[in-house]
Design a protein around this ligand. Structure first.
Ligand code: HEM
Length: 152
């Protein structure tokens, strides 16, 4: 499934939840998510580290994107991705890497490659057993980075 479809699915879901909240106040308390919901849903720091460990080999085996990483220090990238996912998920982490535009500006990255990487991340989360609702929330947090990462 493309990132766009995921985002659409997520916004439709968000619309529905909005309607439910308006029509059923009792449901509101139940649907209020903790600010670290995504962090917790990914299994906290150990879960995120494991997801990244599953994710990077998937990326390196993916013909659509693997060439981009031929000169990359994958251990450093893994550490930075874990920090970033933890921070985005509302967890107690600080991201210490470059901003997304600076990190990717020397590469030629297409929308199709961005979607491929997002798909690989979903595969990794699926393999680790992250609930789809949490997967969608992390993907939705990454979606706005598309315009900073895509260079072509
Ligand atoms: C939401 C999507 C993405 C996120 C969150 C992301 C995140 C990151 C992070 C955190 C870094 C490390 C930054 C640093 O060096 O300080 C990085 C580097 C890198 N990213 Fe991405 N990235 C994304 C998409 C992509 C895509 C689609 C490609 C190519 C297909 C790509 C290729 C690279 C490469 C090659 C590096 C390493 C640069 C180097 O070796 O210095 N990224 N990315």
């Amino acid at each position: 499934m493309t990132l766009f479809k995921r985002a659409l699915q997520f916004s439709l879901l968000a619309c529905w939840s909005g309607l439910l909240v308006m029509t059923a106040p009792a449901a509101h308390a139940q649907s209020t998510a903790a600010s670290d919901e995504v962090f917790q849903g990914m299994g906290g720091k150990p879960g995120i580290e494991k997801i990244v460990q599953i994710f990077l080999p998937i990326v390196l085996a993916d013909d659509r994107i693997k060439d981009s990483f031929k000169d990359t220090d994958m251990e450093r990238l893994g550490t930075l991705l874990a920090e970033q996912f933890c921070h985005l998920g509302g967890g107690p982490c600080k991201y210490s890497g470059k901003d997304m535009k600076t990190a990717h500006e020397d590469f030629i990255i297409t929308n199709a490659q961005f979607n491929a990487l997002a798909e690989d991340l979903q595969l990794a989360m699926e393999e680790y057993g992250v609930p789809s609702r949490i997967q969608n929330k992390l993907i939705a947090k990454l979606a706005p980075m598309q315009r900073e990462v895509v260079t072509k």
